[in-house]
Design a protein around this ligand. Structure first.
Ligand SMILES: [Fe+2]
Ligand SMILES: [Fe+2]
Length: 331
């Protein structure tokens, strides 16, 4: 079960009932947006091709799993914005996430999760006419989940047909525990994970006005791209993306109840903008420490690109704060 989230909801009549369902769903969506990208980043690129039943084309299972993870991120954003608009508080807690040693076991979990959440969404009963737009949104999201489930089934079938059921996820080289550059890259990814979700938190917080909301969302997308590229760099360095706060059992199954922080600083424009600057500076400084440790070549160039874009964020964040301070009565 997904951290108890897949409870059967009662008939939705009041605003509180609707907010409860939306937050249960949100905690699920945060989890799967992580789970799928982590599963994808733990498997080889371009090795497991399958016939996608919806797109009707040969597709890389890894690439499509990342794409599904991005769909889940959009579901989170949609739910969070509606919760905020209704006067609720969007939850940044997450359901449990798991990484199995075998690639196919991860897909099996992904598919089962999709079926469970489809059931949560499609079995939600609304009092007639109570919240028609929310009811419609929930149904619309549920059919993304139906599609995802069909896609995961096709991926698993292709792996079975190829005799790849025992294929394992990437494992971290034991020696990497002592390599400063690898550990620093893990730390950078932890910071990026926090910051990208903080930007999403502010995107939701300021969603009543597109200016700030869209700008902060853009930064979040940049950080997601960096996280994606950095996970590829880790593989080249003989490592694999870490799951934050994960416990590994004797069978090598990793479980985490908190793959991202659940609380973020700043609850209005000034405090949010103020707190972003030192965090971007911290990330920039970590890249500036890491880059000289890396030999010239593709990896270094990629890291320099990330550093450049983070410096752009810092410039923008300074001016968002300074400009806000110039306007009297801005909240
Ligand atoms: Fe979803
Ligand atoms: Fe899904």
């Amino acid at each position: 079960m997904l951290g108890g989230a897949m409870e059967q909801s009662k008939v939705i009549q009041s605003k509180e009932d609707a907010l409860h369902l939306l937050n249960v769903a949100l905690e699920h969506e945060w989890a799967v947006s992580f789970e799928y990208t982590i599963h994808a980043y733990s498997m080889p690129k371009g090795k497991f091709l399958y016939q996608d039943p919806i797109m009707q084309k040969t597709t890389d299972a890894r690439a499509q799993t990342i794409q599904i993870g991005i769909d889940e991120m959009y579901h989170s954003l949609q739910l969070g914005i509606i919760i905020k608009q209704m006067g609720g508080k969007p939850s940044f807690k997450s359901d449990k996430i798991i990484r199995y040693p075998k690639i196919v076991d991860n897909f099996k979990r992904d598919q089962e999760t999709e079926d469970m959440v489809t059931n949560l969404y499609q079995s939600a009963e609304f009092e007639e006419g109570a919240f028609p737009k929310i009811q419609n949104m929930i149904l619309n999201i549920s059919y993304d989940e139906v599609r995802h489930s069909d896609q995961f089934v096709a991926m698993m079938e292709a792996m079975k047909a190829k005799g790849a059921e025992e294929d394992l996820c990437f494992q971290a080289d034991l020696e990497n525990a002592h390599k400063e550059e690898v550990q620093l890259l893990h730390e950078i990814m932890r910071l990026e994970n926090e910051l990208l979700h903080r930007y999403l938190y502010y995107t939701i917080l300021f969603s009543e006005h597109q200016d700030l909301s869209q700008r902060l969302f853009k930064n979040s997308i940049d950080l997601m791209r960096h996280w994606d590229k950095n996970s590829g760099i880790l593989v080249k360095l003989g490592d694999v993306v870490k799951i934050e706060n994960a416990e590994k059992d004797a069978d090598g199954v990793e479980t985490s109840m908190s793959p991202m922080p659940s609380v973020y600083p700043g609850d209005d424009r000034m405090s949010a903008l103020d707190t972003l600057i030192p965090t971007e500076e911290k990330l920039i400084s970590a890249y500036e420490t890491l880059i000289p440790m890396i030999p010239d070549g593709e990896i270094k160039e990629q890291l320099e690109l990330h550093l450049g874009l983070n410096r752009e964020h810092l410039f923008t964040q300074h001016w968002l704060l300074n400009n806000a301070l110039k306007i009297t009565g801005l909240k």
